[in-house]
Design a protein around this ligand. Structure first.
Ligand code: ADP
Ligand code: MG
Length: 597
């Protein structure tokens, strides 16, 4: 027998596990409420004291537990929700690891009172530091009432790490909203220090959204547009805010099978659907619910992680993009028909008496541009079905940035005008081309940087005064994965301390952008994509760098500069969209202009 290696006692092992699952009062609350929902509760009451550090109590009317189960529930890996590994792929409950209660009771004083509908009496349990110190028979209502007191009482490091009560409460409200938004069939009450913070009656999803955000400065009443699409792959429903509701801090929620998730890639689909409808630095609000076969997503995610991987993300991107466009189109917010140059269909003006057709199926239209509004206003009742592709919802592998317009050639005499120090307008025989100056340059630099990466030859310039880059542990991890590529492109950096780097050289192209800030931005963009594919990292990194290097909006350009920019663009890339879906240029075609007269 070994003298050195020994098994940790359960209470120590549980305490270590708790560090992962229960990071703060909000994560503890999330686990408790999810248990109530898994138990089929229709009313969940939450009582919080002092931001959750003194008390977190959850009272539900769910199916309760037998005396044996009540005791079992606090054992590690004790769960009633799965029995074998294959169950993981058919998961319909929030919990399944059987870790939460074991973790919570390792780091708090826990009291549980529970009764099943079929039992006359209930069970009361008191647990401290993983030890049951009391188990009794009690009179109590059906359901479960759990009190978690003095969280982290025995882990001083954790307790110290807690923020102010106000901040912890804000985190609790964030978790509460995420859960409430996806369970409108459940009544919720949230009380903090004896004050009612939120009361949510059973309602529809739309009412739930309105109830949750009703008291904020931007209530959603009358501002939500329905989104709904069903396909074999995925069902998507929910709401998006009207474009005029867009702001710098909008409410953005994705849910999959009843669970909140973050998904930067799907977020881009929504942003793409709104492109041209809202100002550049504004984002739309959305509440999107995905319903998908459990085996098409990675369920075995860590309980504290909100990123969820899907099997077929590209196809879902397309479906989502189309669904949002359709939703916006239905409300005449975007063009609902696509008149590309191939479609010369003469359609008489719809008479005002004919009601608009409800819910046309729309073609995926990555070329959507706000300039096509006039065409849409001519929407007609006769023969419109022919314009729609029946296979609309069939997932395609098209990239969202598929090229639809080709940029007409530029000659020395092509007239160019800069407009609003942001767009370059180019007059050609085929139509009027409008190019976004910053994005045209971004596209050129993106190509250039990718080439340098592939050929391993970036051009570097030394900094007179090295810049210092300070990073969090998470940032450091990402930086280390990107470091090689950053060096190839022309950055030189050295680790100073565990959390700081000096930057001594930068790519020639970066000119006067702040080096440390640039790298930080790159790191955060890569982090936001949530991908762990190296190629996607490289692309995100390169695009972020190109974006920093490109001429900004607001810069006045001379005729020569504009001409040079467009020539380089035509030579190198001339795609209509950046790889993040942003439109680089659009064309007001001759036909479209003619239709206006
Ligand atoms: P998991 O939810 O992953 O199964 P937990 O540690 O959160 O693990 O809970 C362990 C078990 O305790 C659950 O599987 C469930 O059977 C039972 N349980 C926990 N909370 C409740 C509740 N509010 N009502 C009924 N049963 C519960
Ligand atoms: Mg659970």
């Amino acid at each position: 027998m070994s003298d050195i290696i020994h098994l940790l006692p359960d209470n120590v092992a549980n305490q270590i596990a708790a560090g992962e699952v229960i990071q703060r009062p909000a994560s503890c609350l999330k686990e408790l409420v999810e248990n109530s929902l898994d138990a089929g509760a229709t009313h969940v009451r939450i009582l919080v004291k002092d931001g959750g550090r003194t008390l977190l109590q959850v009272i539900d009317n769910g199916k309760g537990m037998s005396p044996t189960d009540a005791r079992m529930a606090f054992e590690r890996h004790a769960t009633s929700k799965i029995q074998q590994a294959s169950d993981l792929f058919q998961l319909h409950t929030m919990g399944f690891r059987g870790e939460a209660l074991a973790s919570i009771c390792a780091v708090a004083h826990v009291e549980l009172v529970t009764r099943r509908p079929e039992d006359e009496v209930g069970t009361q349990l008191e647990i401290t530091g993983s030890n049951v110190i009391k188990q009794e028979v009690v009179q109590c209502p059906i359901g479960t009432n759990i009190r978690v007191k003095n969280l982290f009482y025995n882990v001083p490091a954790r307790r110290k790490f807690l923020k102010t009560d106000q901040t912890e409460m804000r985190n609790i409200i964030t978790e509460y909203n995420r859960i409430a938004l996806v369970n409108p069939h459940v009544q919720f009450t949230l009380v903090h220090n004896d004050e009612i913070i939120s009361e949510l009656p059973i309602s529809t999803t739309k009412q739930r959204i309105e109830n949750i955000f009703g008291h904020t400065s931007k209530p959603f009443t009358g501002q939500l547009v329905d989104v709904a699409t069903n396909s074999e792959l995925v069902n998507i429903c929910g709401f998006v805010g009207k474009p005029e509701m867009a702001s710098k801090n909008s409410q953005q929620f994705f849910f999959v099978n009843g669970r909140f998730m973050r998904h930067p890639y799907f977020h881009k689909a929504i942003i793409t659907a709104y492109s041209g409808l809202i100002a550049a630095d504004y984002t739309p609000s959305y509440f999107i619910y995905f319903d998908i076969q459990p085996d098409a997503i990675d369920v075995n995610i860590h309980p504290t992680k909100t990123e969820i991987k899907f099997a077929d993300e590209q196809a879902i991107f397309q479906i989502l993009l189309a669904a949002i466009r359709e939703a916006l189109g239905k409300f005449n917010i975007t063009p609902s028909l696509d008149f590309t140059s191939e479609m010369h269909i003469e359609m008489p003006q719809a008479s005002p008496q004919i009601p608009p057709i409800a819910m046309p199926k729309l073609q995926v239209d990555p070329s959507y541009s706000p300039f096509k509004k006039s065409a849409q206003q001519r929407q007609n009742t006769a023969g419109w079905e022919d314009l729609y592709t029946p296979s609309f919802f069939e997932p395609t592998n098209q990239e969202p940035n598929q090229q639809l317009f080709k940029l007409p050639n530029i000659t020395e005499s092509t007239p160019l005008v800069q407009w609003q120090n942001k767009y370059i307008i180019m007059l050609t025989t085929d139509g009027i081309v409008i190019l976004h100056q910053h994005r045209v340059h971004t596209a050129i630099l993106y190509k250039e940087l990718l080439k340098q990466l592939q050929q391993q030859k970036g051009i570097s310039q030394s900094l007179l005064f090295p810049d210092v880059l300070e990073l969090s542990n998470e940032d450091i991890n990402i930086l280390q994965t990107l470091q090689q590529d950053l060096q190839t492109i022309g950055f030189a950096m050295h680790q100073l301390t565990p959390n700081a780097y000096t930057i001594t050289a930068i790519p020639m192209l970066l000119e006067n952008a702040n080096p440390a800030e640039t790298i930080l931005q790159v790191i955060h963009q890569v982090q936001d994509t949530g991908s762990n594919l190296k190629q996607q990292w490289q692309e995100t990194m390169t695009l972020a760098l190109a974006d920093r290097m490109a001429i900004p909006i607001g810069r006045e350009l001379s005729d020569i500069e504009m001409r040079d920019l467009i020539m380089r663009f035509t030579e190198n890339c001339s795609a209509q969209y950046l790889s993040n879906g942003q439109t680089i240029f659009t064309i007001l075609t001759k036909d479209e202009i003619q239709k206006r007269f």
